[in-house]
Design a protein around this ligand. Structure first.
Ligand code: CO
Length: 458
């Protein structure tokens, strides 16, 4: 019986996609030990937006959250999503910070690192990957899926080969928009399986409704594992449901290793928690549904709702169709970047500016930095005339942008003497300076209150 691995995403991607990563540790603490017994390949529980959200909204130390999860999940590997040289933020960090971050993530309990770069420029993931390998953790290299004239089967196979040569333990095809159709998934997985020896995983979202069929075809092509979310936190912008895929795969003769009684227990636990978010309005019914417009526009669901919000704010919602028509043009001018953070925001904002103010009359500073090479190499050809116009006398960087950055960790540590209590605090600060500072201050205050309270009690 062929084994198919299932990764549970309720703690990270489902949480992020459905309720903007607002689930506090206390909401899932009580089910972790049960989740550990279900037979999951891994629990995706950290990285992506969880780090930012812990500090910014939940007054939680993300490192402490990781340690507390590890305390209860002793057998199932923990998995995180790492944005390569961007770590968990939106800009490039120097190599010393990337290495420190990975080292401390391993020390605090992380087992599997899924590492990606928005442009599939692997110069932006090589340092993170190297450090994961050095720390003897599992390094998974991800390829962002998108459609364009340069994203051919040969190209995907070539990217897979590059990752394998870099030493990854496995490869993941990351369809962040849920736009990969079953046949496309079949063809890409097959092309990869014919090219590489390492296991191939597939990640998609339920946004367009394609998810379960896409997974099934990917598995038929030899895919080794998929990401699912427990059913009460599944579908819509989240992942396809764990129990449903488990049921279908077992029926077709695959071994998932999952125990249905335990997944039922997990779902029963999360049902009332979901209800709570729906009632409080934190879970918008919109994100739970199927949004097939993404198939027409090839635009991720999250990007579409951002565009609508932007246009509403400008009192220009009636120009949405024009903006959606402009997006492919902007993407072409930028050399066909996949529409994933931060490229989706960059392309979306520029398309809105082009429609409202005239084509490239106003160029965002992110687009300028992109033309300068600060995000890495574009997958295809950039519009040269436009680039020359935007950059003027400035020369683009052709090397690796992170090579131009000064080491930052020791300097920041020195600067934070008396404030930071650990290297982890220093890393939180480097990632999100203002938010971390506020968090440190609040932590101090909270502890003072607890101390004075216990004195009074005595
Ligand atoms: Co995702």
């Amino acid at each position: 019986m062929r084994k198919v691995h299932i990764t549970e995403t309720v703690l990270r991607d489902a949480n992020q996609s459905l309720i903007a990563t607002r689930m506090p540790f206390s909401d899932f603490e009580g089910i972790l030990e049960t989740m550990d017994k279900a037979g999951y390949h891994s629990l995706e529980c950290w990285g992506g937006a969880t780090f930012d959200s812990c500090l910014r909204y939940l007054s939680e130390d993300p490192w402490e959250r990781l340690r507390k999860i590890k305390d209860k999940v002793k057998n199932t590997p923990l998995q995180m999503l790492l944005r390569g040289q961007n770590i968990l933020g939106y800009r490039h960090y120097p190599d010393d910070v990337v290495r420190k971050f990975v080292a401390h993530a391993v020390d605090n309990g992380m087992d599997i690192f899924r590492i990606f770069d928005a442009l599939n420029d692997f110069r932006n993931i090589c340092v993170a990957l190297d450090e994961v390998l050095k720390r003897n953790a599992h390094a998974q290299g991800a390829i962002c899926y998108t459609t364009s004239p340069v994203h051919t089967l040969e190209n995907y196979a070539k990217l897979g080969k590059e990752l394998e040569e870099m030493g990854v333990h496995s490869i993941c095809i990351k369809d962040m928009a849920g736009i990969c159709g079953p046949q496309e998934a079949y063809d890409i997985v097959k092309a990869l399986k014919e090219t590489v020896k390492v296991p191939v995983y597939f990640h998609t979202h339920g946004t367009t409704g394609l998810g379960p069929i896409t997974y099934f075809k990917a598995i038929e092509a030899g895919c080794d594992g998929i990401d699912c979310a427990i059913s009460s936190f599944s579908n819509g912008t989240s992942q396809p449901p764990t129990e449903t895929l488990n049921f279908a795969l077992k029926q077709a003769g695959y071994d998932t290793g999952l125990d249905e009684d335990i997944t039922k227990e997990i779902n029963d636990y999360f049902k009332p928690i979901k209800e709570k978010y729906v009632e409080s309005g934190q879970m918008d019914p919109f994100v739970m549904g199927v949004e097939t417009d993404a198939l027409v526009y090839q635009v991720p669901g999250g990007m579409l709702s951002n565009l609508i919000a932007q246009l509403k704010a400008q009192n220009a919602l009636d120009r949405l169709d024009e903006v959606l028509e402009e997006i492919p043009n902007v993407r072409k001018d930028l050399g066909y970047p996949p529409l994933v953070t931060p490229m989706s925001q960059m392309v979306g904002v520029q398309a809105v500016l082009n429609v409202l103010l005239g084509r490239y009359k106003n160029v965002g500073k992110e687009v300028k930095a992109y033309f300068k090479g600060e995000y890495g190499k574009a997958p295809g050809e950039i519009n040269k005339e436009l680039m020359a116009e935007v950059l003027g006398a400035e020369e683009p960087i052709t090397g690796r942008f992170a090579d131009t950055l000064e080491p930052q960790f020791e300097k920041a540590k020195e600067q934070l003497k008396g404030v930071a209590r650990s290297d982890e605090d220093v890393l939180s600060y480097i990632a999100f300076p203002q938010i971390a500072e506020k968090f440190f201050k609040e932590r101090e205050e909270r502890e003072n209150i607890t101390v004075s309270y216990s004195i009074v009690k005595k």
